[in-house]
Design a protein around this ligand. Structure first.
Ligand code: ZN
Length: 174
């Protein structure tokens, strides 16, 4: 296993529309394992492949309380999409690719997700609450969408400015 570098705004890979996975091979399983390790180390509750520089439709999610035991809540979804949504729920979100930024985002309260597992088997399930938010956030990523895109133009502009300043400071210190 290996920790992968998490790409941050304005890295262009975050704006790429990820390609569907067509080969369910060992390379895919390795990517998924490395993404999970990277998510746990961050720590985060979800990670999309674009965020580690790989424009493929793969996400890992674990919304479980980590106080318990390791890795048991891990869900890896390949080629996931939201096929139905219901309600309007506002949740404060953050993102590993937008360091230090948090904002209220409105999304569906309940979603139906279609995806495949690492063997290519079809999955269909419903989610609500925090898992529904995380699935929408991560599926946005593989479509090149960031949570800032759901905010007003004014809030988004402020966020971009702060993120560029943060990146410039980080570059200064190496
Ligand atoms: Zn994110």
């Amino acid at each position: 296993m290996a920790l992968l570098e998490i790409r941050t705004f304005p890295d262009p890979v975050l704006r790429e529309k990820a390609r569907p996975v067509t080969e369910f091979n060992e390379e895919l399983r390795k990517l998924a394992r490395d993404m999970a390790e990277t998510m746990y180390a961050a720590p985060g509750i979800g990670l999309a492949a674009n965020q580690v520089g790989v424009p493929l439709q793969v996400i890992v999610v674990d919304v479980r309380d980590r106080e318990d035991d390791e890795n048991t809540g891990l869900l890896t979804l390949v080629n996931p999409r939201i096929v139905a949504g219901d309600g309007e729920c506002v949740t404060e979100e953050g993102c590993l690719s937008l360091p230090e930024e948090r904002a209220d985002v409105e999304r569906y309260c309940k979603v139906t997700v279609h995806a495949q597992d690492l063997d290519g088997a079809l999955l269909e399930f419903e989610a609500e609450g925090l898992p529904a938010v995380v699935f929408q956030h991560e599926i946005d990523h593989i479509n090149g969408i960031l949570f800032m895109d759901h905010l007003s133009a004014l809030k988004r502009a402020g966020m971009k400015k702060r993120l560029r300043q943060l990146k410039a400071q980080t570059a200064d210190v190496g």
